[in-house]
Design a protein around this ligand. Structure first.
Ligand SMILES: [Zn+2]
Length: 193
């Protein structure tokens, strides 16, 4: 941040009185510009028929991680709920109509100032198609998941947790709500996973 959004004067980093960490403070009007983590909302769209389960993934048409596979997800907007954001992102990126289920994973990615949340979701039909930000949208069985070509550690973690819960489901359990802190590099190509 270089300039104040209130008065367009230059800002500088300093610790305001009574605070304990550096903030961007305007030298002219004194506004303190607090910066807080961003929320990324997505879904795990599932199509299940005749005992076979498939998960919908999108191939990214944008950087970062162009060409890698992801669950539909994106930044939450103002004036929407977490559930609305997950439904909107699934519609925008995959053109997919879903019925949203429970929250499934909440992943803190503190090093990039983000919190990622994924909801369970049921695909209502097969009328999906790539949106502006996707090259392709496809259904994958567990065996077909492109584990080496997933876009982000949060996607891998969520899918791993999801298929682990599927095993528990067969044994009479239910889906959990999972909270994890992701300390690995956010971009999978920074660091082999
Ligand atoms: Zn200012």
């Amino acid at each position: 941040m270089k300039f104040c959004s209130e008065c367009a004067s230059p800002v500088s980093l300093s610790i305001p009185a009574g605070d304990n960490r550096p903030r961007y403070v305007c030298g002219n009007c004194g506004t303190i510009h607090y910066q807080n983590p961003k929320m990324v909302l997505g879904s795990i769209p599932v199509w299940e028929r005749d005992g076979e389960l498939k998960v919908l993934l999108c191939k990214r048409a944008i950087e970062p991680r162009y060409g890698y596979w992801t669950l539909p997800a994106g930044f939450m907007e103002n004036n929407e709920t977490t559930g609305e954001a997950a439904i909107r992102e699934t519609q925008e990126e995959a053109g997919a109509n879903i019925k949203l289920g429970n929250l499934f994973s909440l992943l803190n990615v503190a090093r990039v100032h983000q919190v990622h949340m994924f909801y369970l979701a049921e695909l209502l039909d097969l009328d999906f198609a790539p949106g502006e930000e996707s090259l392709d949208v496809r259904l994958f069985t567990e065996q077909e998941i492109p584990w080496n070509d997933l876009a982000f550690p949060t996607i891998r973690t969520t899918l791993e947790l999801f298929f682990a819960d599927r095993v528990k489901l067969r044994e009479g359990g239910s889906y959990g709500v999972h909270t994890q802190d992701i300390t690995r590099a956010m971009r999978a190509d920074d660091e082999p996973t």
